[in-house]
Design a protein around this ligand. Structure first.
Ligand SMILES: N[C@@H](CCC(=O)N[C@@H](CS)C(=O)NCC(=O)O)C(=O)O
Length: 284
């Protein structure tokens, strides 16, 4: 897990919040996904010790239903709640662990940052996901390395053999075609222009500090940018297949801005790794 020096390294004692059955909160997630990265970043930023359970993309829809959190990941099990949406997850963390804040204290700027979060969730996140999936699917090794980084040995050989079939299914599921790709690129560029205008010479989208708006923008474009501090394998980093995406983000300066947000505000993870789970849960 990444341990670069950021403001988080100066942070206070961990904010221990109970999870289900008196253990730690549990995040069910997809390693590669942008909406999942949004929830992970919020947990890490606030220093909330938690356990992570990663699922294989595709299988997660069934697991989400079983957990009772809807049909998408991320899902956070916290106290007696099952939260199936990244925006809800951040709101719940902000409520239980307000420091360090992701919501501005001033009501008007808080409203603005929440509106930006909503806009990005609806207008940008799905387009980035579609574009990343499309560009990676062209290269089996790249796609498998990013979407199922934990597959090894015979399971990986099997996945490689089944890849053409899976690829066709994913294209149909995501509705990937010339039209949807054109719309997604346009949304990516439009969001870039809009946020470059908003940022101007400033570092942050709302006020003069890092907020949920910045976290949302940076995490939703992260799979295209592949910043160094992203906590999972990023075989797409600098890969020629993703060059059109990086170029589209670079036109508005979002490529560098995202790298800067990651370098400054990502960093230390609050995940409690599997072998320590019991011990850490007992300590808390
Ligand atoms: N609004 C949701 C969106 C999450 C989302 O779209 N997750 C994707 C993975 S990136 C997913 O699980 N998709 C499965 C599906 O749509 O059936 C959030 O913010 O958490």
């Amino acid at each position: 897990m990444t341990t670069t020096t950021t403001e988080q390294s100066e942070r206070r004692a961990p904010a221990v919040i109970p999870g289900p059955d008196g253990g730690l909160p549990v995040l069910w997630h997809l390693k590669v996904s942008n909406f999942n990265e949004k929830a992970r970043w919020a947990l890490d930023y606030k220093g909330v010790p938690h356990v992570r359970c990663a699922a294989l993309p595709g299988r997660h829809v069934h697991m989400a239903k079983r957990l009772g959190g809807g049909t998408t990941f991320p899902i956070l099990l916290i106290e007696d709640e099952v939260l199936g949406d990244s925006t809800e997850i951040i709101a719940a963390l902000e409520h239980r662990c307000p420091d360090p804040a992701l919501y501005p204290a001033d009501p008007r700027t808080r409203r603005k940052s929440l509106d930006i979060e909503d806009f990005l969730d609806e207008e940008l996140g799905p387009s980035v996901r579609l574009l990343v999936v499309h560009h990676m699917l062209a290269d089996p090794a790249l796609a498998l390395g990013a979407f199922v980084p934990d597959l090894t040995g015979t399971r990986r050989v099997a996945a490689r053999a089944l890849f053409p079939q899976v690829r066709r299914r994913v294209i149909a599921q995501f509705g990937i075609n010339d039209h949807s790709l054109g719309v997604a690129f346009e949304k990516l560029r439009a969001a870039g222009r809009r946020f470059a205008e908003r940022l101007g010479a400033r570092a942050y989208l709302v006020g003069d500090a890092f907020t949920v708006a910045d976290l949302t923008l940076a995490s939703l474009v992260a799979p295209a940018v592949a910043p160094d501090q992203f906590p999972y394998p990023q075989p797409q980093r600098g890969h020629p297949r993703l060059a059109p995406l990086r170029e589209a983000l670079d036109e508005s300066g979002l490529l560098d801005w995202t790298r800067h947000m990651y370098a400054r505000h990502r960093g230390l993870s609050s995940e409690v790794p599997a072998p320590d789970r019991g011990a850490r849960a007992r300590e808390s």
